[in-house]
Every structure is written in structure tokens, then in C-alpha cells.
Write a protein that binds this ligand. Structure first.
Ligand SMILES: *Cc1c(COP(=O)(O)O)cnc(C)c1O
Length: 419
């Protein structure tokens, strides 16, 4: 740090103090990463991954043994029966769209039990007008908000779990919302509650940002389907595109007919040259998630020392990679994002500005200098520019470099209050 990046004595002192506070939380995150890394290694070995699996297919992509083996490895890594991992899934939202259209039928109700789903699903569900939405195909949507105290509203779920409900939707991570992130175990409790009353209902989870942050995935606790993006946690920073669906065999299969075509499902879909990155990214993912966790923990400690409200606290239990910092004012939020950008390996010299991003209702500021465009397993910070000016920080491929971004951000925020 001293050689290439000079920081003020004030920041240096804060850093020392913050690192002291982080020791226990770092150790806890390392212990999770040890378990999850070894589970991934075991998945590779038990599915006998070999060099030829790393080469993809072309054209229709029939008999792509690399693709089919990766599906099985991924399923085992995520403690599930089955998985589909594909470069044809363009984002997390697309993966969720495939799942929703795969599972729901006209007249069915989609019941979200963790408040309104992630903003980018508004047009998919039809909460906002969207041509081709689920609503246009006669799928109803209903929603149970969190209770006043932030807990899951079980009474509300009980009331709304009527005959028409065929999919119960749970978002694990807080996303861009002021809510708690659910642990896999808490998701398991919701799942049991639903299945006790309606065993035929499919319980699906938006698992974005949650993968490998805990010893077990929601699939371990009985949910039918988990969905996410490969340019977040499970791609390990190497996947350049892609998404996954993982869970019960029947649920994955149903969705496969929406991903490609009825009658064809998972049997087709060339992988071109994506498989090597997918395999290696999955192999690295638990370790990369650890780097992101250490970055988040360190940021929590630093900004709490600086007097800001942070969630989670440095030594809280973590079930996703997101760290929020509440700035209360616009200027420090923007200064923070500028600092994160200035710590990036790519585009460190550009200045992030708020913009109207498609799919989001308020101007959003995004700091990201990533190898993979939009990848948020790489150090990034973003958030809607509106009160209470909460920045959402996530990612960091290596703690050693991501902490430079955190220190730059702290420096920029501090110099604001000095001027
Ligand atoms: C990122 C995210 C999504 C959407 O993923 P994209 O890849 O941005 O489309 C959905 N839900 C949650 C909770 C997310 O964090």
C-alpha cells in the first residue's frame, strides 16, 4: 500500500482499527469457504470431470458431454438433484424469466412472500406494463410484504396461499431494498411452512448473490428451484455470460422446455467455448466469494468507524455478498462510488454518474471497473440515487486489491467532510 497507493494517516489508522475488528468475521467466512470449496472439488471428482469436457460443442449441440457433465457437477455443488447451466441464459433476470414461464400456467398465481421481487422482474411479471409479460398470459401475481419488524409474515402467507397459487417466490438477497437477507435455513423454514399446507406448490428462490456465502444452499433445505446469474457468485469471475437453474429434477426439466423448446429441452444448445470458464469459474467460486465477503466485512468495519449506518455489521452472520452503507446525503454516496471506481483495474480513471438504467425506476449510480461487463462479483458499488442514499457494495476478486477501492472510497468521503 505504501509504495503505490498513498493514504492519509487518518485512513491508515482507520484501516488498522478496522482490520482488528474484522478478525473473527474473516475466520468465519474462511471456514464457510473451506466447506464449500471442498464440496465443489468433490462434485468435480465424483462426476469424473476430464479434459475433453472443457471443450464445447457447435451447431445444435447434441451429445455435448461437457455441458451435461457440468450440469451434474453444478447440481452436486449446489446440493441439488439437477441443474441447467447455460451460456444461452443472458442474465439473472433471464434465468428467473425462464423459471417463471417454465413453471406457471394461465390461471395460476405467483405468490411472492418476500415483498415485491427484484425491480427488473416488474415487466416480466406485468407489475409494470410489459409486452409478453406473465400477466398477458393470464398469470396472476400477489405479494406478501415483510412484517413491521422485518421478519417473514407467516400469517400473511397463510392468508394468501389459496388454491390458485402454484409458485411461491422467495428472494434470498436484499437486492436494492431495505430488507434483511434470508439465510438458507430461514428459506427452508418458509418452504416447510408452505409445503405443510400445499405440498403441490413449487417453492422457487431468486438466489442471486447468495451462492456459497453459507455452508448450505437453499436447495439443501428442500426448495424446488434456485435461480441465479453466472456473472455473480457462481461464475467465480471467469464466466463471461450465463445463468443457472438448480433444484428438483421435475422443476429443472419443466423449465428446460422454456429455455429452448417444448420437446427439445436440455438436449440441445451448443456451448461453443464457454465451458472451460464455467468449470474453472465454478471451481474458484467459493474462494472468490470469500474475497468478496472479506471486502464487504472490511468495508462494514471502516464505514461504521466513520460513523455511518452499515448493514450487515462487520461481525453479523452473512447470507449474501452485499454490504450496504447509508450515507443520508447525495454527495458522500457519489464520492463513495467514485472511490470504488478509482480502485478498479479497468476504467479506474472514469467518473461514475447517475443515469436512468432500463428496468429501474430511479436514477442509478454504478461504479464498476470490471473485466466482465456488469459483473458484480468484481468490486462494484451501486444504488438508486434517492434518500436515504444507500450504496450497495459487492464483489472483489481479491481482497488485497478490493481493499484499495474501499480505502479510496473512505478517503473521498472523508475529504468531502473536510472541505
Ligand atoms: C442481480 C439480481 C437479479 C437480476 O440479475 P441480472 O443479472 O442483473 O439480470 C435478480 N435478483 C437479485 C436479488 C439480484 O441481485
Amino acid at each position: 500500500m505504501d509504495d503505490c497507493f498513498t493514504v492519509s494517516d487518518e485512513i491508515k489508522a482507520l484501516r488498522e482499527k478496522a482490520l482488528e475488528r474484522c478478525a473473527e468475521a474473516f475466520a468465519a467466512a474462511e471456514s464457510v469457504a473451506e466447506k464449500t470449496s471442498q464440496r465443489v472439488l468433490w462434485a468435480f471428482q465424483s462426476e469424473k470431470v476430464q479434459a475433453s469436457h472443457l471443450r464445447g460443442s457447435t451447431g445444435y449441440g447434441y451429445d455435448d458431454s461437457g455441458r451435461d457433465t457440468l450440469d451434474r457437477v453444478f447440481a452436486k455443488a449446489m446440493e441439488a438433484e439437477d441443474a441447467i447451466v447455460r451460456p444461452h441464459i443472458i442474465s439473472g433476470t433471464h434465468a428467473l424469466t425462464v423459471a417463471l414461464f417454465g413453471l406457471l400456467r394461465p390461471g395460476h398465481t405467483l405468490l411472492s412472500v418476500t415483498g415485491k421481487p427484484y425491480d427488473t422482474l416488474d415487466e416480466v411479471i406485468g407489475i409494470k406494463a410489459g409486452d409478453g409479460s406473465l400477466g398477458q398470459f393470464g398469470v396472476h401475481f400477489d405479494c406478501v410484504e415483510f412484517a413491521e419488524d422485518g421478519s417473514v409474515d407467516y400469517d400473511g402467507i397463510e392468508r394468501k396461499l389459496d388454491e390458485s397459487v402454484s409458485v411461491v417466490f422467495i428472494q434470498k438477497s436484499k437486492g436494492y431494498q431495505d430488507r434483511v437477507t434470508l439465510t438458507s435455513e430461514q428459506i427452508g423454514e418458509i418452504c416447510r411452512f408452505v409445503k405443510d399446507r400445499r405440498p403441490d406448490v413449487c417453492v422457487m428462490v431468486d438466489n442471486c448473490y447468495g451462492e456459497f456465502t453459507e455452508p448450505h444452499e437453499p436447495t439443501y433445505y428442500g426448495v424446488d428451484l434456485c435461480v441465479g446469474s453466472l456473472i455473480k457468485n457462481p461464475g467465480g469471475g471467469l464466466a463471461k455470460i450465463g445463468g443457472y437453474l438448480v433444484g428438483k429434477k421435475w422443476a429443472v426439466e419443466k423449465c428446460s422446455y422454456r429455455l429452448t423448446m417444448p420437446g427439445v429441452g436440455r438436449e440441445s444448445g451448443a456451448t461453443l467455448d464457454t465451458l472451460s470458464d464455467f468449470y474453472q469459474g465454478l471451481f474458484l467460486a467459493p474462494h472468490i466469494v470469500l474475497q468478496a465477503q472479506k471486502t464487504a466485512i472490511f468495508a462494514a468495519a471502516m464505514f461504521e468507524l466513520m460513523g455511518y449506518v452499515v448493514r450487515p455489521f462487520c461481525d453479523d452472520e452473512r447470507a449474501d455478498i452485499i454490504q450496504t452503507i447509508v450515507f443520508e446525503e447525495k454527495e458522500p454516496m457519489i464520492a463513495f462510488c467514485e472511490g470504488i471506481q478509482a480502485g478498479a483495474p479497468i476504467d479506474s480513471f472514469v467518473t461514475p454518474v447517475p443515469w436512468d438504467m432500463p428496468g429501474y425506476s430511479d436514477p442509478v449510480i454504478m461504479a464498476a471497473g470490471s473485466f466482465v461487463s456488469g459483473s458484480s462479483i468484481e468490486l462494484s458499488a451501486d444504488g438508486p440515487v434517492k434518500p436515504p442514499y444507500t450504496a450497495f457494495l459487492q464483489g472483489g476478486l481479491t481482497f488485497e486489491t478490493a481493499s484499495v477501492g474501499i480505502l479510496r472510497a473512505a478517503d473521498k468521503v472523508l475529504s468531502l467532510s473536510r472541505s
